[in-house]
Design a binder for this molecule. Structure first.
Ligand code: MCN
Length: 797
């Protein structure tokens, strides 16, 4: 990648398809993941886990394990209780009276899901530690498990006796002065639909399972925690608070991290166990997750029952909406579990001009299953599914094409920035454009014509066309708005930019990439500003000793918050450099221009200084303006004034075999508008990966439990993660609507794919079968679920 050094046009790195800098190390095996770390003398931790979903522990005996060769120590939950200064943290108490049962890294009296930790072994190798688990004897009194959300609500069996109910909180979003409007909207409606959807639980499947190494420093009492996490900064604070370690003596480092999709946005029992036991024994302690262990012990995503009602006038224009959710939180609250439905609450109106007649409420319940938490999109794919699937149901009621119904309801382009019914302001949007681009790429009109010919009443191969649109609320910031939702952290991000004496650039970021290509993107931002080659920019991240300030990577916040902070820090450095250049060139600072890596005096083309000369001058400090500090460095902590609001339209084509129930996804088109793009190649990669995750929710993936609460899909043989060969080529259309919120005009893109994809595919499947009387199909649209839906519809219109 080269940079154009044309001072008249400036550089042109931004917006180019630069290959990712980080990939050679990742692809050649040079990158070091947590599990690759060589740690002489480390003790290996293994966790004995409950085989019961709901049971009282009557005894735990670790003595046989302790007697085994190579075993250094073995502990029950009761043995370690004194180590926990506080229970495991939940940082999002969404209501004042939210119920949060105490949750410790190991259970003592009672287990609440299959996989709940009950004891640990520390041994000289991982194999010995895992073998020793077999020697631990645990006796249980089995209790009836609570696995159904509606049953959980009834409190027929209460999981956590200390809180006396399975309901943790009820959180409403109703514009009070409009109370009554909702009922009126439904009473006056020409059309209504009332739907019930189930968001099945999903299991995040990062390529790299979790792994932890806790290393006490030999001198000085400090602790370094290496973890396959996406939130080193948050983890540091939480571990310090939970274990009572002075925060300045805690350091968290993420080596290379192989994906997270939200599942590594957490504080896990194994992280606390490794740190606490490393302190106790003053040795390094490490733990590696096995895949089937992870399907139990790492959070699950989704898990909601959604009741959605729409009211519309005779044209199909929305006039009111009611949403009732039941959220499945699993056995305990993890770091942000309660907040997930709230993130979706604001998006139930989709991209439509919904009046304020909106009534939302969510009750979240405990169940005897693995805890749920944020999984790519976190609440927003669920909300988009609900409105977009319901819009198709409404289109069938009204008798109009689903795309036409959406167009009738789009927020008009000239109304942006648009204050939504929730009071939040959508920064920019052009839904008609996104839909038009998608429509053209897929040949929507032609497809509808061919569909009419193909889907005769007795056709066994039926074509379906799916449409979905979305608005996403991401960039998770501003801090003040997050505060109003009771979120326990801020939404800012920090960046430090240094131009080194030789004019190489160092960017220190608080973001923590785990597959998103930040080293490339952040290099491009700095290269554009300074007129240097991106190869000359080094990006430092994911180590709290090197980057002490940060709020990490989730919620598609890294570019619109962290990237913008870098852009701003570069500007600050340039402003300082201009003062030095003005001093050297004996000119007024206001006359100094900077482009293509060179400072020039306006109107005097012969008076110029390259960045390298200014950087060296700043370093030697031999001749700086009076009062100016040496070196070229600036730090910015940026707290944006608004969320980031990407949007888009997805369309797809399926063919459904009515005899086998098999769905063949044949075409997929996505138009995702994330404002200006730093690197379209990365953006495309993000959309491709995300779309496949959304398709997977629609067609294949599901965490399935049996009636005893055993996870039946605990390995990759049963949990159907797609391969590239399972999906058709994904055609991406272009739409760029810059955000007015930040100077770069960027919005996030990391979660767009799954938000648009699941409803798009499910709309296509139902569209294929609606002529047979099929109104809905439960996700995933497996052959069995599809076939059953066809049979129960009975083939009638
Ligand atoms: N980008 C860009 N131009 C834009 C928007 C984004 O060039 N207008 C680039 C950014 O520079 C960055 C990437 O796209 O390199 C993603 O940026 P952003 O949308 O800010 O998202 P984050 O970096 O904050 O990533 C988080 C997001 C989330 S929430 C999940 S979950 C997710 C995802 O990213 N998990 C992922 N993408 C993933 N990709 C991989 N490979 N692995 C995961 O675990």
């Amino acid at each position: 990648m080269t940079v154009t050094d044309d001072p008249t046009t400036g550089n042109s790195v931004l917006g180019t398809r630069m290959l990712r800098k980080e990939d050679p190390a990742l692809l050649t095996g040079e990158a070091v993941y947590c599990n690759d770390m060589q740690v002489p003398g480390a003790w290996h931790l293994a966790v004995a886990r409950s085989d019961y979903a709901h049971a009282r522990i009557t005894s735990v005996d670790v003595s046989d394990a302790l007697a085994m060769d190579g075993v250094h120590a073995a502990y029950t939950g009761a043995d370690l209780q004194e180590l926990w200064g506080a229970p495991m943290p939940c940082a999002w108490p969404v209501t004042e009276d939210m119920k949060n049962p105490a949750h410790f890294p190991l259970a003592i009296d009672k287990v609440s899901y299959v996989g709940d930790g009950v004891a640990v072994v520390l041994a000289e190798s991982e194999a010995i530690a895992r073998d020793a688990l077999e020697a631990i004897a645990v006796e249980y009194d089995e209790l009836e498990p609570v696995l159904d959300l509606e049953d959980a609500l009834s409190d027929r069996v209460v999981i956590h006796e200390d809180i006396g109910t399975n309901s943790s909180y009820t959180w409403p979003l109703l514009v009070e002065e409009n109370e009554g409007d909702v009922d009126r909207a439904f009473a006056d409606a020409a059309f209504t639909v009332s739907e019930r959807y189930v968001q099945q639980r999903l299991i995040p499947m990062a390529m790299e399972p979790r792994a932890v190494v806790a290393m006490p420093q030999p001198f000085g009492g400090d602790m370094t925690l290496y973890s396959a996490t996406q939130v080193p900064h948050i983890l540091k604070v939480m571990v310090a608070l939970t274990l009572g370690i002075p925060e300045h003596q805690m350091r968290v480092v993420c080596p290379a991290v192989g994906g997270g999709f939200g599942s590594k946005l957490n504080v896990y029992a194994e992280e606390l166990l490794c740190v606490a036991l490393a302190r106790k024994h003053n040795v390094p302690v490490r733990w590696n997750e096995e895949r089937s262990e992870g399907t139990h012990a790492t959070i699950h995503g989704r898990g909601q029952i959604q009741h959605v009602e729409l009211a519309a006038d005779s044209e199909g224009k929305l006039t009111g909406m009611r949403v009732r959710l039941i959220g499945d939180m699993g056995a305990y609250l993890q770091l942000v579990t309660p907040g997930v439905p709230l993130l979706g609450a604001f998006l139930y109106g989709g991209v439509y001009e919904l009046p304020k007649a909106f009534d939302f409420s969510c009750t979240s319940v405990f169940t005897n299953m693995t805890p749920t938490d944020a999984y790519r999109g976190a609440g927003r794919p669920e909300a988009t599914y609900a409105i977009e699937h319901a819009m198709d149901a409404l289109a069938r009621e009204v008798g109009v094409d689903p795309l036409e119904l959406r167009r009738r309801n789009f927020i008009p382009t000239d109304k942006f920035p648009y204050e939504a019914f929730t009071g939040l302001v959508y920064d920019s949007g052009d839904h008609d454009k996104a839909a038009t681009v998608a429509e053209g790429l897929i040949d929507y009109a032609g497809l509808r014509a061919r569909q009419a010919t193909q889907n005769t009443p007795d056709a066994t191969k039926r074509r379906g066309i799916g449409v979905s649109t979305y608005f996403e609320m991401c960039g998770l910031a501003p801090s003040r708005v997050l505060a109003s939702l009771n979120y326990g952290a801020g939404g800012w991000e920090a960046a430090t930019v240094r131009v080194l004496p030789t004019s190489k650039v160092q960017v220190v970021t608080g973001t923590s990439p785990h597959g998103q290509g930040h080293e490339t993107a952040w290099s491009m931002i700095a290269a554009e500003k300074f007129g240097v080659d991106p190869a000359d920019v080094d990006v430092l991240h994911s180590d709290t000793a090197i980057s002490p300030l940060g709020l990490d990577t989730y919620g598609s916040r890294s570019l619109p918050v962290g990237g913008v902070a870098i852009d701003m820090a570069c500007d600050k450095v340039i402003d300082k450099a201009k003062q030095i250049a003005a001093h050297q060139l004996e000119a007024n600072v206001d006359d100094i221009e900077f482009a293509g890596g060179v400072f020039r005096v306006a109107g005097s083309p012969d008076k110029e200084l390259p960045l390298a000369a200014v950087a060296f001058e700043a370093f030697t400090a031999h001749n700086l303006p009076d009062g100016l500090e040496p070196n070229l460095e600036a730090q910015v902590t940026y707290d944006p004034p608004n969320f980031s609001w990407p949007f888009g339209t997805h369309m797809c084509v399926v063919e459904v075999d009515t005899e086998t129930g098999e769905v063949d996804l044949q075409q997929y088109v996505a138009v995702d508008d994330c404002g200006n793009q730093v690197n379209p190649l990365i953006v495309e990669g993000q959309v491709h990966g995300g779309v496949v995750q959304g398709i997977a929710q629609a067609l294949w993936e599901e965490a399935r439990y049996d009636s005893d609460g055993n996870l039946q899909t605990s390995t990759l043989a049963e949990y159907l993660v797609p391969a590239a060969s399972d999906v058709p080529p994904i055609t991406l259309g272009e739409s760029v609507t810059p955000s007015p919120t930040n100077a770069m005009g960027v919005k996030g893109v990391g979660e767009a794919g799954p938000i648009g994809a699941a409803p798009c595919v499910m709309n296509a499947v139902v569209d294929a079968l609606s002529g047979l009387g099929v109104h809905d199909i439960q996700m995933p649209a497996s052959p069995l679920n599809v076939w059953n839906a066809i049979q129960s519809a009975g083939g009638s219109q």
